[in-house]
Design a protein around this ligand. Sequence first.
Ligand SMILES: NC(=O)c1ccc[n+]([C@@H]2O[C@H](COP(=O)([O-])OP(=O)(O)OC[C@H]3O[C@@H](n4cnc5c(N)ncnc54)[C@H](OP(=O)(O)O)[C@@H]3O)[C@@H](O)[C@H]2O)c1
Length: 289
Amino acid sequence: MYNILITGAGGQLGHALNQLLGSQDAFNPVALSHTRLDITDADSLMDCLDTHRIHLVLNTAAYTSVDLAETSPDRAWLVNAEGPRQVAIACRKKQIPLIHFSTDYVYHNALRRPLLETDPCNPRNVYGASKLAGEQKTLYHHPHTLVIRTSWLYGREGHNFFNTIKRLSSEKPVLEVVNDQIGAPTYVPDMAAATLTILSKVLSEAGNPSWYGIFNFANEGEASWFDFASGIVSGSSNTCSVQPVSTSVFPRPAARPSYSVFNLNKIKSTFQLSIRDWKTALMDCMGNS
Ligand SMILES: NC(=O)c1ccc[n+]([C@@H]2O[C@H](COP(=O)([O-])OP(=O)(O)OC[C@H]3O[C@@H](n4cnc5c(N)ncnc54)[C@H](OP(=O)(O)O)[C@@H]3O)[C@@H](O)[C@H]2O)c1
C-alpha cells in the first residue's frame, strides 16, 4: 500500500485525485486541504511526510485566482513559487518522487501550433510567472520531480468555467463569450486518471530518469472559450444563445494567451496514455455519453 500525499485537497483536482486513489486497493491517499497543510510551511511538510510515511507527493495546491493575482502578487508568488520549492526540498530530503501541477499560462509565446514542453515560456501575468517559477524551483531542488502542465480544468464540482456557464445559461437569454483565445478544456477526472497511470509507473521504477521533467496534459483537440461554452449550452436543456466576441470586449486585469494548445506526444508516449478529445469528455461530464 502506497501512502500518497495530496496537497490542496480542497481544490477541484485534489478532490478528484483523492476520490480516485481512495477507490484503488494499492493506494492510501493522505488528502490535506489548505487548513490542514500549508505548503509554504517547511516544518509542517516534513512532519507530514514523516507521520504518514508518504511514498509520493501530488502537489495540487496553488493560488489559482488569475485576475486577483495581479493585485495580490506576493500571495501568488508565495503559494505558486515558494510553496513548491518547499515541497520539492522536503521530497528530496525524504527521497520520494514529486508530481507537481502547472499551467498552459506559462507559455504565452507567439507560436500558433501545438506547444511542446521545450517551447519558449514568456508568461505575461502574475499567475503564469509565479507558476513558471514554481516549475523551475521544483525541478532545480529535486531531480525526481515530474511537472504536469494542464489547461482549462473543469468538472462537475468546484468553481470552474463549466459550472459558471451552466449557471449563467440558465439565467440569461444571451451569453457573450470570447472566441479569440484558443486552448483545450481538460476534464478533471481525465487528468486524475492520467495521474494515476503516471504515478503507478513512477512508483514501480522511481529511479528511471525518463519519468521526470515537464509534461503537457489536456484533453485532445482545441477550442475557443466560445466553442467550449457552446458545447456546454447545447448539451444542456437551456435555450440561451451563445454569441462570439473578441477579448477586447471583456478587458481583464490579467492578460491571457491567445493560443495555448499542447502537443501531447511526450506524455502519451512516455506513459502509454491514450487521451480522449475534449468534446467526448464534455459529453461525459454532462452525462450524455
Ligand atoms: N483550474 C484551472 O483551470 C487550471 C488550469 C491549468 C492549471 N491548473 C493547475 O492545476 C492545479 C490544480 O488546480 P485546481 O483547479 O484544482 O485549483 P483549485 O481548485 O484552486 O485548488 C487549489 C487548492 O490549493 C489550496 N491552497 C492555496 N494555497 C495553499 C497553501 N499555501 N497550502 C496548501 N494549499 C493551498 C486552495 O485552498 P484555499 O482555496 O483554501 O486557499 C485550493 O483548495 C494547480 O496547480 C493549478 O495551477 C489549473
